[in-house]
Design a binder for this molecule. Structure first.
Ligand code: ADP
Length: 726
């Protein structure tokens, strides 16, 4: 400052002093504001929402300027601005109208784009301050305030201080928004974690239940397998010790066979189940007669039912077509399972099977089959569960009745494959009714006749054959030899595919029986090599190759055919099926044929013809009812013989006591047992005796009783002449 200035008038100096004093005051308020900034920061950090931040900021700004009114507009997501905080509250409308005016004249928009305060005089002589509240990245709102008088009071340091406060405010707002987002996100995350934890917990419980069911299943399965295995091992050891009478040996062998049969059932169940699970199960599509299928299936089961003293009926609705196309084997499997269970869980009463027609539209036929029993019943809570794998109504069932809990699960899957459903209605203590539906195509009856013709032709007589048997397991070789050699066939054995190929190229064979899984060269490779050899060396008539496999699906059959084989047999080999298949592929001239006799395979015709019009024993009829399983004949004939002797003794006693009702009862029992086993002459004699005894007439009974004893002797002789060992 120059001397000249200092020497200016006292007024000038006075004005200068006032200015300096004012500046001083403003600096003091700036310092005060700065001094209280930690308080402001504290308020901001406690602020939970936008409004709290605005309130804290208003408080801080009031330390800086003597504002008349202050407000904040918040920037909404759609870009509009809303006046949120006005201080004092009564200034709200005034501020709003000031803002509206500035919005209209563009000042508001101008202020938005500047980083410092815009000062505008109002009509009422005050100063309106507009300053954007923004962080580097976003506009958060607009600060608006009025100061008395003109804007002269606002110097640069104060405006800078205002900018600093509004900056702080903007970042606090942004933090709150971010915090809100973070909070929402965390909450959402927590909800998801909770949800996921719940899912995991459910999955854990399910896995635990499944593992428990599997452990139960394994325990059941081990028990189910161990029981027959113990039988096989125990009986075999006894036989190996030797010194047994032929009857004892036979009894032990029968026990071993029974055990092996039940093992086979379990293994088949497991195989079926795993095939279905792996989606490798395909259904056959062949014409069949539903009436026959049901009759045959129930034939074999009726013997078991009768052994337990249960009555069994079946009825097929007349509307059910004579011929359907589908997989009758699987239909019979489901039915066998359900009726088998009905017999298993029924101590007395009866079992009935009804086959009805649910619908018949556009060649699609849906059958509805009901299996009713008067057994132990199933608790309501278990009615759904028992169709799950490894599930039983209650675990004590296994201990009492045995079983793996797989049967119904397999039934369910099979029924679903046949586009049907399965369910049960049951009452504990009263009985159960299992229902299932399955869909087939409508078939042409003529196709059935053709099938029968094929079956008939398979029983033609046959010349002795030279058979090449490729099989690595000795016991299986022995079994096939034991079946075929009694019929005059020559069986040459090879232990693997390579040896079979060597044998085939060195001499002629009529037919090859080929195991599939063998060491060195398997059955498929050997068959391909045989066909290759035939092509190369021009064998005139290629020998039929028949596969013997434990895998029984359609696709397995196709693999065999693709390798050049003609047909296949499923293991375990059943004598009748083997002979029928040989007949089918190697039917020779009938003249010099060797008749299929012995080994339980002979037809009973010859023995029966000796005895006039009615057969002593109709083996074919029995075989049909046993589902074509000749190996079961000795057992059932044995059961018959065991049961009929006490009844004959009972007849003698009743006759001696002239007890007509006793005679009737015993005659009735003999009639039923004889009908079961197809001992037709005994059946007829007993029936006549029953009828006369019912009328109280015992005059003819002594002669008939003598005849009955005679017929029984003839029956046992016929049986042993047929080579059936009981
Ligand atoms: P299992 O081999 O145990 O018999 P299933 O799957 O065939 O297996 O049957 C499952 C369970 O369903 C049985 O253990 C039994 O508790 C119940 N069950 C099935 N059929 C009947 C029935 N006819 N009467 C009573 N309970 C039955």
């Amino acid at each position: 400052m120059s001397d000249q200035n200092i020497s200016r008038s006292p007024e000038f100096l006075q004005e200068r002093i006032s200015y300096l004093e004012e500046s001083n005051l403003r600096f003091i308020s700036i310092f005060e504001m700065l001094a209280s900034s930690s308080e402001y920061q504290g308020d901001l950090s406690r602020a939970k929402d936008e409004e709290a931040i605005y309130r804290a900021t208003i408080c801080q700004l009031r330390r800086l300027f003597p504002f008349q009114s202050i407000g904040f507009l918040s920037c909404e997501s759609d870009g509009s601005f809303e006046l949120l905080a006005a201080d004092p509250a009564i200034a709200q409308d005034t501020l709003q109208s000031l803002i509206d005016t500035r919005m209209m004249d563009g000042t508001f928009a101008w202020a938005l784009n500047r980083n410092q305060a815009v000062l505008v005089p109002t009509e009422t002589g005050e100063t309106l301050i507009l300053q954007v509240v923004a962080t580097q990245s976003r506009v958060r709102g607009m600060f608006v305030a009025t100061l008395p008088g003109n804007s002269a009071a606002l110097d640069a340091p104060s405006l800078n201080a205002l900018t600093i406060v509004l900056h702080t405010c903007a970042y606090a707002l942004e933090s709150t928004v971010l915090y809100g987002m973070l909070h929402d996100h965390t909450q959402h995350l927590e909800e998801r974690v909770q949800l996921r934890t719940r899912d995991l917990e459910e999955a854990r419980l399910q896995a635990e239940a499944a593992s428990l069911a599997k452990s139960d299943f394994l325990a059941n399965m081990s028990h189910e397998i161990r029981t027959p295995m113990n039988g096989v091992i125990g009986m075999t050891e006894l036989m190996l010790q030797g010194g047994l009478t032929p009857q004892k040996e036979k009894q032990y062998l029968n026990a071993i066979k029974d055990s092996a049969d039940s093992l086979m059932l379990i293994i088949n169940d497991i195989l079926d189940f795993s095939k279905i699970e792996a989606g490798k199960f395909t259904l056959e599509n062949k014409p069949f007669c539903p009436r026959d299928a049901v009759k045959r299936c129930l034939g074999i089961l009726s013997v078991r039912a009768e052994e337990k003293g249960l009555q069994m009926f079946h009825q097929v609705d007349s509307a059910v077509p004579a011929c359907l196309v589908g997989d009758q084997g699987r239909l019979r499997q489901v039915l066998t399972n359900l009726v088998g269970n009905a017999i298993k869980f029924c101590q007395h009463g009866n079992i009935s099977v009804e086959v009805g027609l649910k619908s018949n539209n556009a060649d699609k036929v849906v059958l509805h089959i009901r299996v009713n029993d008067t057994g132990i019943g199933i608790p309501e809570e278990a009615c759904q569960r028992i169709f799950n794998q490894f599930e039983q109504a209650d675990s004590s069932t296994t201990r009492k009745f045995g079983g793996t809990g797989l049967g119904l699960a397999i039934c369910k899957k099979l029924v679903e494959l046949m586009d049907g459903e399965i369910w049960v209605e049951s009452q504990v203590g009263t009985g159960s009714c299992f229902h299932f539906t399955s869909q087939f195509l409508l078939g042409d009856e003529k196709l059935l006749i053709d099938e029968e013709a094929i079956t008939d032709s398979s029983s033609a007589r046959q010349t002795p054959l030279t058979i090449l048997l490729a099989e690595d397991v000795e016991i299986n070789r022995t079994l096939v030899q034991a079946i075929l050699e009694p019929h005059g066939h020559v069986v040459i054995c090879a232990e693997n595919g390579r040896k079979a190929l060597e044998a085939y190229t060195s001499r002629a064979f009529d037919v090859v029986l080929m195991d599939i899984q063998m060491p060195e060269m398997d059955g498929l490779q050997a068959s391909r090599a045989i066909r290759e050899f035939e092509r190369e060396y021009g064998r005139e008539v290629p020998a039929p190759i028949l596969a013997m496999t434990a895998f029984a699906g359609n696709e397995d059959r196709q693999v065999c055919i693709d390798a050049g084989m003609n047909d296949y047999l499923t293991k375990p080999i059943k004598p009748l099926q083997l002979v029928q298949l040989l007949n089918k592929y190697c039917a020779g001239p009938t003249g010099s044929a060797v008749e299929l006799t012995g080994g339980g395979l002979a037809t009973a015709a010859a023995a029966n013809e000796l005895n006039g019009a009615i057969a002593v024993f109709d083996q074919d009829d029995l075989l049909e009812r046993l589902g074509g399983r000749p190996e079961m004949i000795p057992r059932f004939v044995g059961l018959f013989c065991k049961g009929v002797l006490p009844q004959l003794e009972g007849l003698v006693t009743a006759l001696a006591a002239e007890d007509a009702d006793g005679v009737r009862r015993h005659a009735h029992a003999i009639k039923g047992a004889a009908a079961n086993i197809s001992a037709l002459r005994i059946q007829q004699l007993a029936a006549t005796m029953e009828t006369t005894a019912k009328e109280g007439d015992l005059t003819e009974v002594p002669q008939r009783l003598a005849m009955l004893h005679q017929e029984y002797r003839t029956f046992t002789e016929t049986i042993s002449a047929l080579g059936i060992a009981v």
